[in-house]
Design a protein around this ligand. Sequence first.
Ligand code: ATP
Ligand code: MG
Length: 244
Amino acid sequence: MDAGKTYGKGDTLADIISSGNSEIDSKMGGGIPVSSLGLIEGANDSGKSVLMQQLMKGGLDGQKKVLMFTTENTNRSLLKQMESLALDITDYYIVGRAKIYPIQENLAKGNRETAENLLQVMLKTIESSGEDLIIIDSLTVFVVDLPENEILDFFTRCKKLCDRRKTILITAHGYAFSEMLLVRLRSICDVHLHLKIEQMGEQLVKSMEISKVRGAQKATGNIFSFDIRPNFGFKIIPISKARA
Ligand SMILES: Nc1ncnc2c1ncn2[C@@H]1O[C@H](COP(=O)(O)OP(=O)(O)OP(=O)(O)O)[C@@H](O)[C@H]1O
Ligand SMILES: [Mg+2]
């Protein structure tokens, strides 16, 4: 494990997935509890992918096996991107503890049947996988044209897979779901994080709301601002500084 990485009080490495950033873990009440289904929702550029990369590295450092479905990167570009944030996972990748499955966004875009098929393939892959942490970054293109009952069904089936000590984290853009659907998804999910990007004066400021973390009541409602820095990743910044 990397020096300087800490875990929540009373939690063991087996029980949580760390973001690798002790401040962020503590805002979440220690980290992401194992066996959670998590929805990480946010606008373009709000930090969803970088957060997933942090949790991927955190999971690997915490002895987990991790599988990332990505619509944004190839294997090589993801490894490079993570290296640029001081989240190098190349060694884990080489020994097979980190798996990366790129999915071309264009395949599903505007093609409902393909989107439905790809969702089924993802579910089957998760079901038969030996990985502990599964990340889908992002789900938007698969669900944007789907009826709500099919989206709910996908989340419900993911939730069932989480019973087997699998943790599944799904990123999506807010516009992928109606307000009504979001309420229902939030109740299915154990973790709901909302990333925002707002104009404050001259600056665009990123923030994260911990809308829900199962078992961590104190974490619920925590909001903090952050920056993403090269060779570092997420860096919490005080609200007063963000507003300056
Ligand atoms: N290696 C890096 N060094 C510095 N900043 C970075 C690095 N990688 C990403 N960023 C910054 O982090 C921010 C968030 O990027 P990220 O890709 O996580 O957003 P996102 O929410 O996934 O966006 P999208 O909805 O487009 O997928 C961007 O402003 C980006 O410039
Ligand atoms: Mg992204």
